[in-house]
Write a protein that binds this ligand. Sequence first.
Ligand code: 8IG
Length: 282
Amino acid sequence: MTDAASLDLSDHSTDPREVAAAAAAVIAERSGAEQHDIALVLGSGWKPAADILAGLADADAITEIDNTDVPGFAAAAVEGHSGTMRSIPLSNGKRVLVYGTRTHFYEDRGIRAVVHAIRTAAAAGCRTIVLTNGCGGLRPEWAPGTPVLIKDHINLTAASPLEGATFVDLTDVYTPALRDLAREIDPSLEEGVYVQFRGPHYETPAEVQMAKVIGGDLVGMSTTLEAIAAREAGMDVLGISLVTNPAAGISPTPLDHQEVIEAGQAAAQRCGELLARIVERL
Ligand code: 8IG
């Protein structure tokens, strides 16, 4: 099936893997690369970091594709997220597929849309995916601008990207060897449990306390559903959160938005170098 109507993800008679295969074919054709090796999903605050990674490659060799040109993808819904993806060749011969934006569960485009980028990466040949996000931190010592490795997650969306009786083991959803590699590159990196709320509202202080009691360290609105889909597809997963604010009620003083922005910009160099050094070694 290649006609446009058959590639509608919201039509439940469509096989989402067929749409992903069609998307991967467009990416291969536009980039001239038969296969990609690593996928990278950029969360809030991560674009400058990815630009540092892109800056290491030959600019002429990078292909930028509008999401709207790729089957199953929609334009960015959140301002400040770019609605494009980039194919970046590394000096070691590997190719990285960088998604400038993601579809969030709270957008109500359906869970298939949320994980379409992940299935497309798998169809494009990627064996490893790096999921990044911006989030609220539950540990006061994690100042805005602190990157934290995701060691496990709690999915509070009550949803799953898996359809039917598909049982996927999530014991090591965030691949331990990849976390080890990240800490080898930056030994100061700490680890935390990421709790995904549906959003789009932020948590109440009581909800943040609940997240803490059940074992959470980070609160956000993405990543867990994507990680599940990646594991279903057999990919290794690395998750990195950028703490952009203390979660509601964690800091005694109200959030200073300017401070958050500045912390994010200050973190870009560190996060960009971290991303670059990680993907070079994957
Ligand atoms: I940036 O404090 C960012 N994203 N749920 N809570 C949730 N998502 C976030 C937060 C936060 N900060």
